[in-house]
Ligand binder design. Structure first.
Ligand code: ZN
Length: 441
């Protein structure tokens, strides 16, 4: 695979495929005309020298983060001679004053993860190396903002009315099921540690295998939403790394799994599946329930291989792309978009619903290590404000055992407060399958 920045036509095509996934325009002829006007340079983009895209050094790219339209000042990379006006209409020609297409492409495709090769111990791209970290912009959905500029320009120039289908912010609650078998044992130990005998006895007597589901359901009822649960079908360790602590094929787990509507079930493939097609296929079969939704365990995702592996599988929706160490927008967006395959240099059919907030990111000391509720809110309010302004899907991942194990009481409270805050801010709580939500008009 080459790390070459895909050519101009590929960039334009990809950006518009993603744009029309999240934006309405029913006239296909007009869609093609808009795209062709870009390809044929009838719509003019102020581009920069192509060789900057070949740079293996993110700092070279950063040099291009110059002054631009106020909100995006910090996030637009590929620009020169930027004025405060992002587009002009001159002699019946639409002209962008900065390379809007390359900027959108850069973030959405995840190109930085191709040129920066350093990985953490779990083979993941490091947030610390990201352009979002360098610019302090992880909480800014830059692509949503650039899409708004694009919409404004297209609507004005072609006298049409394109709309963002996801302009109203929504919340998608999801839960990765890594721990199941040992929740009861863990809860007993945690109660004993606190010296709470009555609670300990209650757990011993009454805590059933599906208890976490009942607890989760109580929040679903409270906020009128439906969560998507991601299950694992591999319980053997991979080297030193844990996979599931339960054997999904066992009757007691299958009974619970089969009682769930498959539209609300996803697969949580084990360590290494993101780069191993055969292993992934076996695990999909091992779940014994049909699903097309995916999130990799540990959020492992190798952009040079994983998009293609997903494209070749039966999975059509992925929600692995979030930073493990930071909340916010790994691909600069809260909108669904197509994964890009850097091997074939083309758009895949797999829709990514970016992961924005994961519980572990908040509490692990080597990630954010938040201990106080005020700090939690200080951290998430700017993010929520941006989601309110620019729309999209606020995908949250709170692991199932958090809803039960006593030691996560504080985080369960934070979850409840967060949901309450989102409700007060008029977020729509997704109460249908994610597929039907995506396909709505
Ligand atoms: Zn996991």
């Amino acid at each position: 695979m080459s790390s070459k920045f895909p050519n101009r036509i590929t960039r334009i095509s990809y950006v518009f495929e993603c744009y029309f996934l999240s934006h309405t325009l029913n006239n296909n002829q007009l869609k093609s005309k808009i795209i062709n006007d870009f390809i044929e340079n009838k719509t003019i983009i102020e581009t920069i020298e192509e060789d900057i895209f070949e740079s293996q050094n993110i700092n070279d790219l950063l040099k291009f983060a110059k002054n631009t339209v106020p909100q995006t000042k910090k996030s637009v990379i590929f620009s020169k001679n930027i004025s405060n006006i992002c587009y002009e209409i001159e002699n019946k020609t639409l002209k962008f004053n900065f390379d809007i297409i390359s900027n959108i492409f850069f973030y959405l495709s995840g190109y930085q993860e191709i040129i920066i090769q350093e990985r953490d111990s779990l083979h993941r791209f490091n947030f610390k190396n990201s352009i979002q970290n360098k610019l302090q912009t992880a909480h800014i959905p830059i692509v949503n903002i650039l899409f708004e500029f694009l919409t404004d320009a297209l609507n004005t120039f072609y006298k049409i009315d394109i709309q963002n289908k996801f302009a109203n912010p929504a919340v998608w609650v999801t839960s990765d099921v890594d721990i199941w078998q040992h929740i009861k044992r863990n809860s007993i130990l945690q109660c004993l540690k606190k010296g709470n005998l009555i609670e300990t006895i209650k757990v011993i007597l009454f805590q059933k295998i599906y208890y976490w589901k009942i607890k989760l359901k109580s929040y679903e009822d409270k906020y009128q939403c439906r969560s998507c649960l991601f299950f694992m079908s591999e319980c053997r360790k991979f080297g030193q790394y844990n996979n599931a602590d339960y054997e999904i094929k066992k009757t007691k787990f299958q009974k619970v799994l089969q009682s769930i509507d498959p539209d609300f079930v996803g697969i949580h493939p084990s360590f290494g599946c993101n780069i191993n097609e055969k292993k992934l296929r076996n695990e999909i079969a091992g779940l014994k329930i049909e699903t097309s939704i995916n999130r990799f365990h540990f959020l492992q995702f190798d952009l040079s291989k994983t998009s293609q592996i997903l494209e070749n599988s039966s999975l059509t929706i992925d929600s692995s792309l979030g930073f493990a160490e930071e909340i916010g927008f790994r691909n600069g967006t809260s909108l669904p978009f197509y994964l890009f395959d850097f091997n074939k240099n083309m758009t895949t059919h797999v829709v990514e619903i970016p992961l924005i907030l994961m519980d572990a990111t908040l509490f692990y000391p080597h990630y954010l290590g938040i201990e106080k509720k005020e700090i939690f809110f200080e951290k998430i309010v700017p993010l929520i404000t941006n989601l309110k302004t620019y729309g999209g899907i606020f995908t949250i991942n709170f692991h199932n055992h958090i809803f039960v194990e006593p030691k996560y009481q504080f985080w369960l409270q934070c979850f409840d407060d967060l949901m309450d805050y989102l409700q007060k801010n008029n977020f729509y709580f997704i109460d249908k399958s994610i597929k039907s939500y995506l396909n709505q008009d």
